[in-house]
Design a protein around this ligand. Structure first.
Ligand code: GUN
Length: 282
């Protein structure tokens, strides 16, 4: 079997196009553009690329981007002060703090100050908690994008075994909750899991989010599985997934490429969340 490749770029373009239309409508209804604030502390090269891509997406979608580039030496109190200022700004609907923050900053403490209503990353405890409860919320962008990619296959995952490898707050945990909400039987594996292949080779849906270049090879994948590769491993300027694509594509039924799979979806879902936050606030 050769898998069908899920085109994340195409699906992301559709999500952004729908959001862009809603953003135009918002301006007509309320007399101002939807606004997204992005805080970047320091000059991590990967973060700079992500922030640039988010800004470009805003421009494409009729959303005003407010960029705050702070030096690496900025204190935690100064970052929190800026967050509070943005929370109170009526022209800004969404706020994200690009991660990782410099090592001397307590990330959790900083993120707890983002207004849950503007938390377009879905990282605040209120939004994460509502996701656990199955309530409407601003949900984390990458797992939301993963679900759209799975939806695009048209495969009903009810009762299917979904295996998420990786347990981060940003991807693994929220992805597991979203799959559970769709009635999949969910297993979460992580760095301490014993006999990982036992789980991956039983997965009807495999979400690979461990940050190890080409770790999941075809022999670890169940024939006919849907394989979602969340890996973004940069080596000598080239991007590699967590899945060894050439062998996995021979076994899976659907597979996401890297680049061009999950990556573009994260930005698209951020835009969708920003539009959602703006309309919710009305
Ligand atoms: N760093 C890596 N992924 C993300 C993300 O989804 N949001 C933010 N704010 N920072 C990140």
């Amino acid at each position: 079997m050769t898998a069908e490749i899920i085109d994340g770029k195409k699906i992301a373009a559709q999500v952004k196009s729908a959001a862009a239309q809603k953003a135009v409508m918002y301006r007509q209804l309320y007399g101002r553009q939807i606004g997204l604030a992005v805080i970047l502390v320091g000059s991590d090269p990967a973060s700079e690329i992500y922030v640039r891509n988010k800004k470009i997406a805003c421009e494409q979608c009729n959303i005003a981007a407010f960029e705050y580039n702070l030096p690496a030496e900025t204190s935690q109190d100064e970052i929190i002060e800026l967050i509070e200022k943005i929370n109170a700004d009526k022209n800004i609907d969404g706020l994200l703090v690009q991660l990782p923050l410099p090592k001397n900053i307590d990330e959790k403490a900083v993120l707890s100050h983002v207004s849950p209503q503007k938390d377009v990353d879905g990282f605040h405890a209120v939004n994460a908690g509502n996701l656990v409860l199955g309530n409407d919320c601003l949900a984390a962008c990458t797992p939301s994008g993963i679900m759209r990619l799975i939806d695009s296959t048209g495969v009903d995952i009810t009762g299917k075994h979904a295996v998420v490898v990786g347990r981060s707050n940003i991807v693994g945990k929220p992805a597991a909750l979203m799959l559970l909400k769709r009635n999949a039987t969910v297993t979460v594996c992580h760095s301490k899991t014993k006999e990982l292949t036992r789980y991956t080779s039983d997965a009807d849906v495999l979400v690979a989010a461990i940050g190890k270049k080409e770790f999941f090879t075809g022999d670890m994948i169940k024939p006919g599985a849907i394989v979602i590769d969340v890996g973004m491993n940069r080596e000598n300027g080239k991007l590699y997934g967590d899945v060894h694509f050439p062998s996995a594509v021979q076994v899976a039924s659907y597979i996401t490429p890297v680049p061009g799979g999950v990556g573009p979806m994260t930005v698209a879902m951020l835009i969708e969340n920003t539009v959602k936050a703006a309309y919710r606030a009305k």
